[in-house]
Design a protein around this ligand. Structure first.
Ligand SMILES: O=C([C@H](O)CO)[C@H](O)[C@H](O)COP(=O)(O)O
Length: 428
C-alpha cells in the first residue's frame, strides 16, 4: 500500500464518453484510481470498464459492482473487462464474499467491500477482514448524505478494528477528505465534488492537496443547520424546485428589487384586504433569520410599504413575501430591502386587527407553515417544508453542481441537446 493517500474518483455518470473525458481531467488534477461507478455500469454495462481500461492504460480501475449475490461471476466479469479492484456490498452473505475472493485470486484482482447500509458496520468490518477482503469501504450513500449522515463518524470506529486499508466515501470534499485521512483512511473516494464540477482538474487538485497535507484536520465541522443555510444562499430557486421534483414555487410573486435574495424561516401572517395591522405586528415577532410571509389577497390595497420595511430592517428581519400588493416602492428601493410581492399599488388600508400570526396560510398558491424555509431570488419564491429542508438543500446543491458541469460542456462547443443526450434519454 502506498504511503501517500489514494484519491479514487468515482464516475457516477451515465455515459462512457463523458466518463472518460472527466476521468482524464481528474487524473490531470492528481487522481490515482478511477472507479466505474454503479450508475455508469448499470447504464453501459461492462463496456464501461472495458473502455476505461482501454483509454487509461496504467491507471488502476475499480469496478463498483455493488454485488450482493453470485460474487464469483461478477468478479470474473469485471476482471475480464479490465478492472483491478471489484467492489461488493458488505450486506452480502459470507458465501458470496468468500466465492468472490476465490475468483479474485484466480483472476489477479482485489476485493473492496462497501459497508453501505450494513446493520452493524463495525462488527461486519471485522468479519470481512477475517474473510480475507483487501479493502473496506466506509460509505454513506448519496441518498443518506442528503438526510445528513456522515462518513467520518463511522470511519473513526472502523479504523480502530481492522488493519487492512480503509476507504472513505460519501460526499467527500477537500475538508472531509482531509479529515478522512487524518482519522485513518488510506483511500478517499470522491464522486460529485469532482465529477460534477465545471473545473474537474482544479477540483481534483484541491482535494489532492488537502489529503496530502492533513495537519489542522478534524477541527471545523459545521452544524447541519449552518450547512443548510449556507447551501440555500448558494443555490437558486430553480435548483430548489428541480430538487423538489418541480414543486414548491409560489405563483406570481417576484422581487420588488431584482438582485435581492432571501433565505429564512417563515413567520406567517393571514390578513385581509384593506387591513395592515397583523402584517405590522408580525415585525415585532420576527428577527434575524426570519422571513415574514403574508397572505393578503388584494392586488389593489397594499398591507405593506416603506415604514414597515424600515421597521423590518431595524429588527434584522431577512425579508418579506406578500401575496398581495406593496406600496412605497421608491422608498423600498432606497432601503435596498428584499420585498417580494404579487402586485404594486399606491393605496394603503387601515389597521383593523383582523387575521392571525403564525398559522398555516396559503401564499402564492403554496401552503406555508410557521418555520417552513423560504428562499427567494430573481426567479421567484419557493417554500421548503421544514422536515425536509436539509435534504432539499443538499439535493439542490447536487442539481447546481450538475448544471455547472453542463454549462462547461456547452461552453466547450456542444449544443444543449448533445450535452443532455436528449435522444438517448427521451422517455419511451
Ligand atoms: O458509490 C457511490 C454511490 O452509491 C452511487 O453509486 C458513489 O460513488 C460514492 O458515494 C461517491 O460519490 P459521492 O458521494 O458523490 O462523492
Amino acid at each position: 500500500m502506498d504511503i501517500r493517500p489514494i484519491l479514487q474518483v468515482a464516475l457516477d455518470l451515465l455515459e462512457i464518453d463523458r466518463a472518460v473525458e472527466i476521468a482524464k481531467e481528474a487524473i490531470a488534477g492528481g487522481a490515482d484510481w478511477i472507479e466505474a461507478g454503479t450508475p455508469l455500469i448499470k447504464s453501459e454495462g461492462m463496456d464501461a470498464v472495458r473502455e476505461l481500461r482501454r483509454t487509461l492504460p496504467g491507471v488502476r480501475i475499480v469496478a463498483d459492482m455493488k454485488t450482493v449475490d453470485t460474487g464469483a461471476m461478477e468478479v470474473e466479469m469485471a476482471a475480464k473487462a479490465g478492472a483491478d479492484i471489484v467492489a461488493l456490498l458488505a450486506i452480502s452473505d459470507d458465501s458470496t464474499i468468500q466465492d468472490a475472493i476465490r475468483a479474485a485470486r484466480k483472476y489477479g484482482v482485489e476485493i473492496m467491500v462497501d459497508l453501505l447500509s450494513a446493520p452493524d458496520p463495525v462488527k461486519r468490518a471485522r468479519e470481512l477482514e477475517e474473510l480475507g477482503v483487501d479493502y473496506i469501504c466506509v460509505h454513506v450513500g448519496i441518498d443518506q448524505q442528503m438526510v445528513g449522515k456522515s462518513t467520518i463518524d463511522l470511519l473513526r470506529e472502523v479504523v480502530q478494528v481492522v488493519s487492512i486499508p480503509v476507504a472513505a466515501a460519501g460526499g467527500i470534499d477537500a475538508s472531509s477528505g482531509k479529515d478522512a485521512i487524518f482519522y485513518g483512511a488510506s483511500i478517499v473516494i470522491v464522486g460529485g465534488n469532482i465529477t460534477r464540477s465545471a473545473d474537474v482538474t482544479g477540483s481534483a487538485r484541491r482535494i489532492r492537496e488537502a489529503i496530502d497535507h492533513v495537519e489542522g484536520a478534524g477541527t471545523s465541522r459545521r452544524s447541519l443547520e449552518e450547512e443548510m443555510i449556507s447551501i440555500f444562499r448558494e443555490v437558486s430557486t430553480p435548483n430548489i424546485t428541480d430538487a423538489m421534483h418541480r414543486k414548491g414555487a409560489m405563483r406570481d410573486i417576484l422581487p420588488i428589487i431584482p438582485g435581492t435574495k432571501i433565505v429564512g424561516t417563515a413567520i406567517t401572517v393571514q390578513t385581509f384586504e384593506g387591513d395592515w395591522a397583523k402584517t405590522v405586528e408580525a415585525i415585532d415577532e420576527a428577527g434575524p433569520g426570519k422571513v415574514i410571509v403574508i397572505y393578503n389577497g388584494s392586488r389593489y390595497v397594499a398591507p405593506w410599504g416603506g415604514l414597515a420595511t424600515l421597521s423590518c430592517m431595524q429588527k434584522g428581519v431577512e425579508g418579506v413575501v406578500i401575496d398581495g400588493a406593496v406600496r412605497d416602492v421608491d422608498e423600498i428601493r432606497r432601503l435596498n430591502y428584499p420585498v417580494f410581492a404579487s402586485a404594486i399599488a399606491p393605496t394603503a388600508g387601515e389597521p383593523k386587527g383582523m387575521g392571525e400570526i403564525n398559522v398555516e396560510i396559503v401564499c402564492g398558491g403554496q401552503v406555508v407553515r410557521p418555520g417552513d424555509y423560504i428562499v427567494g431570488d430573481d426567479c421567484g419564491v419557493v417554500v421548503i417544508p421544514k422536515e425536509r429542508a436539509y435534504e432539499i438543500a443538499r439535493r439542490a446543491k447536487e442539481v447546481e453542481k450538475n448544471e455547472s458541469r453542463l454549462f462547461e460542456e456547452i461552453r466547450r462547443g456542444r449544443t444543449l441537446s448533445e450535452v443532455a443526450k436528449l435522444k438517448k434519454w427521451e422517455k419511451l
